[in-house]
Design a protein. Sequence first.
Length: 387
Amino acid sequence: MDTPVTSRRRLLQFGAAALPLAAFGAALPAVARAATADAGSATLRMPAEEGQHVRTFMAWPALSSVWGNSLGAVRRDIANVADAISRYEPVVMLARPEQAADARYSCGAGAYYGIEVIEISNDDLWIRDFGPTFVVGPGAIAGVDTNFNGWGKTGTSYAQPFANDAAAAATLLGQYGVNRIQASFVGEGGSLETDGQGTLLATVSSLVNSNRNPGKTQDQVEQAVKAALGIDKVIWVPGLAGQDITDCHIDCLARFTAPGKVMLDKPGPGADSKWVAVYEETKRVLQSATDAQGRQLTITELPGPDRRNIRGSGKDFLSSYTNYYTVNGAVIAPQFGDSAADGVAYSILQAAYPGRNVVQLNIDNIASGGGGIHCGTQSQPAVPPAA
C-alpha cells in the first residue's frame, strides 16, 4: 500500500496537477500546489471501468432501519457478489467496527484473490455512489470525493441516514494513501460513465438538480465535472427526476463497452411506461451524438426481463442487466429468473466482452432496494506507467 508521501511524490513526478488546480483545492500539500504552475498538459482522467483493476471496494449493509427484515438476505447477496469478484481480483469490504467480525465470517476468505474487511463506518452498501471515483495518469492516481448527500433525498420518502457514507470516501483514501480531490459539484459515482478517452455519459436529472447542485446551470455543472474527472466532452441525456432514489443514474441506463460503443438498457415487457420513454429519448440522443474523438456511437440494446416473469417485485426493484460490473477477466451481471431474458443478456454481454467470462448472479434482495451489482461496487484502477 502506498503511503501518503509516496502517493504525493508520484503525483509530483507526474507534473503535480494534471487536473486544474481548482479541482484539488487544499487536497495537495503546499509544495504540490506551487508546482502546478509548471505542470505539463497531461491530464489525470477517469479511466474506463474495463481497464485493469488493483482491487474492488464494497460495503457491508449496516442498517436494519433501511433494509428491515431483509437485511440478512441483502448481506448474503453482498457476500455472494464479493465471492464472485474475488475469483478475479482482490475485494476490500468496508464495515462498521462493530459489524466487521460478522462481515468477515459471512464473506470468508474469498475464492482466490481474497476478501479483506476494513473497519470504516458506513450506512449502506451503495459504495459506487458514496465512495471515491478514481482518476489516473502516468505514474499517478487520485480519488475524487463527489460530496455524497444521500442522493439529495432529505425530507422525501427516500430519505435515509448517510452521514457515515458521506465521510467514507475521505477516510478510505486516507487509509490507502491516495490523494483526495474534493469536487466542486455534488453527485455520485453511478451518475458518471466514461469511455476512458475523455467522454462522459450522464443524465441531467441526477446532476443538474436542485437537490444536489442548487442554483447551478447545466453548463456550470458540466464544467465542474470536466475539471474534477479530466473529461473533454459530456453527452447529456435527460433522464427522469423524482421517480427513483437516484433520479435516474446513467449506470442503469447506458454504459460504454469500449470507446465509441454504448450498451443501452431497453425495458422489458411489463415495464412502467415512464421508463420506456426514458429509454426512447436516450436512444434518440445517443444516435445523434459523437464522442470526444468525434466518433459516432455504436449502440447495442440490452433488453430487460419480462417483469411478469421475474422473481423480484415492487416498484423499486431494479430489473436492469445494464447495471453489471466489469472486473479483471469477467463481467459480473444479474439474472432475474426470466430464463429466456437471462440467456439473451448473457449472450449480448459475452459478445460485447469477448475476452471475459460472464458471471450471472441472483441479486434479488439487493435489487429490491433499487440498485444492482454496479451500484454496490467501486474499482480502484491500476496506475499507468510513468511516462
